[in-house]
Design a protein around this ligand. Structure first.
Ligand code: AKG
Ligand code: FE2
Length: 725
């Protein structure tokens, strides 16, 4: 049976004068000193050799996050980025050494939490414990995101994300329930090798391509490689935090020491792990950045194209599991040791021992799964975790623990005083990053709520399902709660009416050009379906086309540009749903149709159908399909006339004589329809259907105004569906 472990010493134990004072007291590795004891009938936890420990420490840090570092390099520039990677790598190594040394100077320590108790009493202990457990459980949730993203990339069944997450949770809980870290260590070997090989393949593969997978496939493009970037304050802080978090594992390292055969070998393990992690971070991120520039794909494993992405995910999957398992194991071990520290059950094969252990691994996995599934702002929560949990645990607390033992250096030699000051400075830098990082993330959460992004993200699967169903059948759908207020739509219509009210000579200042299809046209659109010109006038606009002057229509350009930005965002969101449903990456159409690029074909069209009396035999807009990718159509109350013909109901050329259904006009909701480009792009799965606009056959029809935003592909894009037909 295990000896009763020595209780943690209360605060106020005399500070040692030198390190060797402690070494004389009780050396690490001695039973009195250690949390886990050695005896014939006790389960032996102290079985991890240093190379094995090194791999565990390595795997705690090394994850696919390395492939997101190039995005950070793009923001800050290659040189500051590389310096930040080195600086944080060095500091995170140092803080890991500080914690390990503190642990090896004081008996009975399992995690940082006992260090906090020695230094600051119960409050500091509970604060550290809370940050430790919250941080690690969130890392488990992040792990589940990684695993399910991987499985989705391989399976093409985006709708099953919840199930993949659940299965990953059960599998991870099973893996983490292996009681001894030494055995979990074997999973870490496999995990590390799998992730290393997967990232290595992507890194090598990006260097063999002429252009990044996410860049436009043809034509000139800007790589976006910058030696020095120009981030604003928030971007700078966020980038700094992301690079710090990539190698911030120190707090999870400490419990590994308690299971080492020889705790004094910890330093060897940590130096080996950090050398490997930081050199691969530096080389991988610089190479990927040099080749991909701003065109790093999301998820980053896709940066070398679809085939490599599938291979890399296949190889990375065990590694993604390993990440989830190690954080879960460490979180569960912390509570396990806390609960059973003074009990025989800590190291016996009793029912109590096993029930508590399995209860903890599966219980914490369930909590992590619920967070993964239910928190709509998980991405933001994960960046908050960096500044709220890991900045204090890994930057602020280690020097504070050190200062507690070495406070007398304040009055020591010059070098000792310098060391004393430097530890205070580092703790202050940590405090700054905690506050600034938290502030930055909270600001972006508030912005995201204000823009409706959170609600959309929360219901993305459900919305995708509805959009795809409508697109596969009618080809038409109506969006509500889309983020453009009724008064903004009315204001845009007022601007449009002000333009059309101008005398023709003024409107002619921006004539329609056959080359660009921009400008004002009057009864000039000849429809193949009707053989006559549409009874309408319209103004086609692009970001870089000619615009009516402010003298002719006050605020025309500023109001309309803001309106276009909102339409771009909405059509992007809708297309991101179609992209995942079709098996493309979420941002596929965003890149292919990017309206800010000079070769963009995306247009806004303001339309006016003049009033008529008895419209029989004429067409406001003859039957047609839209040639673009996706159309957003705005209408006004009481200006009906739009009629649609769902695909099943059209059987003749131009659907003439087929059944058309009127779609009443309302100010507010946006009518969305699929265009020919998206139909081609989806291997005909999403339907570009016929529609037309009619005035009443008899009696008066008032003017009708409509506004269409045509989201179209860029000029040089090849439209090819996932089946590559
Ligand atoms: O004005 C409308 O309601 C329809 C316009 C239209 O279908 C188009 O311009 O393609
Ligand atoms: Fe149309």
């Amino acid at each position: 049976m295990a000896e009763k472990s020595e209780a943690i010493q209360p605060i106020g134990i005399p500070a040692a004068e030198t390190m060797s004072d402690y070494e004389d007291l009780k050396a690490p590795g001695n039973d009195d000193f250690e949390v886990f004891k050695k005896s014939d009938d006790a389960v032996d936890f102290r079985t991890v050799g240093w190379p094995h420990a090194s791999i565990i420490l390595l795997k705690i840090q090394f994850a696919l996050g390395v492939l997101n570092l190039p995005t950070v390099l793009y923001i800050v520039g290659a040189l500051p980025g590389a310096l930040l990677i080195c600086a944080w790598g060095a500091y995170n190594t140092y803080s890991a050494v500080l914690l390990g040394a503190y642990r090896n100077r004081h008996p009975g320590i399992h995690t940082q939490v006992e260090m906090a108790y020695r230094v600051g009493g119960i409050w500091f202990k509970e604060l550290t414990g809370a940050l430790f457990i919250i941080g690690n459980v969130l890392c488990v949730s992040a792990g589940l995101v990684g695993v399910s993203t991987g499985i989705n990339a391989l399976s093409h069944h985006a709708a099953c994300t919840v199930w993949w997450g659940f299965l990953a949770m059960v599998a991870a809980a099973g893996g983490a329930s292996i009681r001894k870290l030494a055995r979990v260590g074997y999973i870490m070997w496999v995990g590390f090798i799998s992730l290393f090989v997967a990232t290595f393949i992507v890194v090598v593969a990006v260097t063999t391509r002429d252009r990044p997978a996410a860049a436009p496939p043809t034509g000139p493009f800007e790589l976006g490689y910058r030696v020095i970037g120009h981030p604003n304050f928030l971007e700078g802080v966020t980038s700094c935090s992301s690079i710090f978090v990539a190698s911030a594992g120190a707090s999870a390292f400490v419990p590994v020491i308690s299971e080492m055969r020889n705790p004094k070998d910890y330093k060897k393990a940590i130096y080996a792990a950090q050398a490997m992690v930081n050199s691969s971070y530096l080389t991988f991120s610089l190479v990927v950045y040099a080749w991909c520039g701003q065109w790093v794909a999301s998820p980053a494993l896709g940066s070398a194209g679809q085939t490599i992405k599938m291979i890399a995910y296949g190889i990375a999957l065990p590694g993604l599991f390993a990440s989830t398992i190690v954080y879960l194991h460490i979180a569960a071990k912390y509570i396990f040791v806390r609960l059973l520290r003074d009990s025989v059950h800590l190291q016996s094969n009793s029912v109590v021992h096993w029930s508590i252990w399995l209860g903890l691994t599966f219980g914490l996995a369930t909590i992590a799964f619920i967070i993964y599934e239910a928190v709509p702002i998980l991405n933001y929560l994960l960046s908050l975790m960096g500044s709220v949990c890991f900045a204090p645990l890994c930057i602020i607390f280690p020097p504070i623990f050190w200062l507690h033992d070495f406070n007398h250096w304040r009055k020591g030699t010059f070098l000792q005083q310098l060391a004393w000051v430097m530890h205070i400075v580092v703790a202050l830098i940590g405090a700054f990053l905690t506050v600034a990082g938290t502030y930055g993330t909270i600001r972006s959460i508030i912005d995201a709520y204000a823009q409706g992004i959170i609600d959309f993200e929360q219901r993305r699967d459900e919305i995708t399902h509805q959009l795809v169903h409508a697109a596969e059948t009618a080809g038409f759908m109506t969006l509500v709660d889309h983020g453009i207020e009724v008064n903004e739509i009315e204001a845009q219509f007022a601007i449009s009416k002000a333009f059309f009210d101008l005398p023709p000579d003024v409107k002619k200042k921006i004539p329609h050009s056959k080359e660009t299809n921009n400008g004002w046209e009057y009864k000039a659109q000849l429809r193949p379906s009707t053989g006559v010109y549409d009874e309408k006038e319209s103004l086609w606009l692009q970001r870089n086309s000619e615009w009516p002057s402010d003298e002719d229509v006050p605020n025309f350009r500023s109001t309309t540009t803001a309106f276009i930005e909102k339409c771009a965002k909405i059509s992007d969101d809708v297309l991101s749903c179609f992209a995942t449903a079709l098996g493309f990456s979420e941002d596929y159409f965003h890149i292919a149709n990017d309206p800010t690029k000079p070769d963009s074909l995306t247009q806004l069209r303001l339309i006016h159908y003049p009033p008529t009396n008895g419209g029989a035999g004429t067409w406001r807009a003859g039957s047609h399909t839209d040639i673009g990718c996706l159309t957003l159509l705005f209408q006004r109350d009481n200006e009906d006339g739009l009629e649609i013909c769902p695909g099943r109901e059209s059987s003749t050329s131009f659907a003439s004589g087929d059944i058309f259904t009127p779609l009443p006009a309302k100010t507010g909701p946006i009518v969305v329809n699929i265009g020919d480009m998206l139909m081609a792009w989806s291997d005909d799965r999403l339907k570009s259907n016929f529609h037309r606009v009619r005035a009443k056959d008899t009696g008066a029809s008032p003017s009708r105004y409509s506004i269409a935003y045509f989201n179209q592909s860029r000029k040089d894009y090849v439209l090819q569906g996932p089946k590559k037909k």
